[in-house]
Design a protein around this ligand. Structure first.
Ligand code: 5GP
Ligand code: ZN
Length: 118
């Protein structure tokens, strides 16, 4: 599995940089965003270092399916019973700041309007 010792999220996956983890399994970890944009703001992060959606290949199909099915389960565990928002920023032009693929899972108070504005 690819990792990059210079990558922030690889270091969080490895535990060398701390995070507030809410879930983990063999493929992903889920932890709280350090700068939450809503009452609940989690990041679903593959253990493998994949830069962005631009680098997704067919071999990632199991991982992607796993993440998509996991999202509603985590949302319900967090008490988001009437819905949640998911965001994937891709590339600098898409607002991506950390270049290790991640899905934002947002919900609860403070979630307004459409989109995701810094
Ligand atoms: P992006 O803009 O790349 O989609 O989102 C990166 C996210 O990572 C941002 O929401 C930012 O607050 C979060 N983030 C950046 N550094 C850290 C960190 O060290 N720990 C945690 N938990 N989140 C971080
Ligand atoms: Zn990484």
């Amino acid at each position: 599995m690819t990792t990059d010792t210079n990558c922030l999220f690889c270091n969080i996956v490895a535990g060398t940089i701390p995070s507030t983890q809410v879930y983990s399994d063999e493929l992903v970890i889920v932890f709280k965003d350090i700068n939450p944009k809503a009452q609940i703001h989690l990041l679903v992060v593959p253990r493998e270092h994949i830069i962005s959606l631009n680098e997704i290949e067919q071999r990632h199909d199991v991982l992607i399916g796993h993440i998509i099915r996991l999202l509603p389960k985590i949302a319900k565990e967090q008490g988001l019973n009437d819905g949640f928002r998911t965001v994937i920023n891709t590339g600098a032009g898409g607002g991506q700041v950390v270049f290790h693929l991640h899905v934002h899972l947002l919900g609860g108070k403070g979630l307004h309007g459409v989109g995701f504005v810094e």
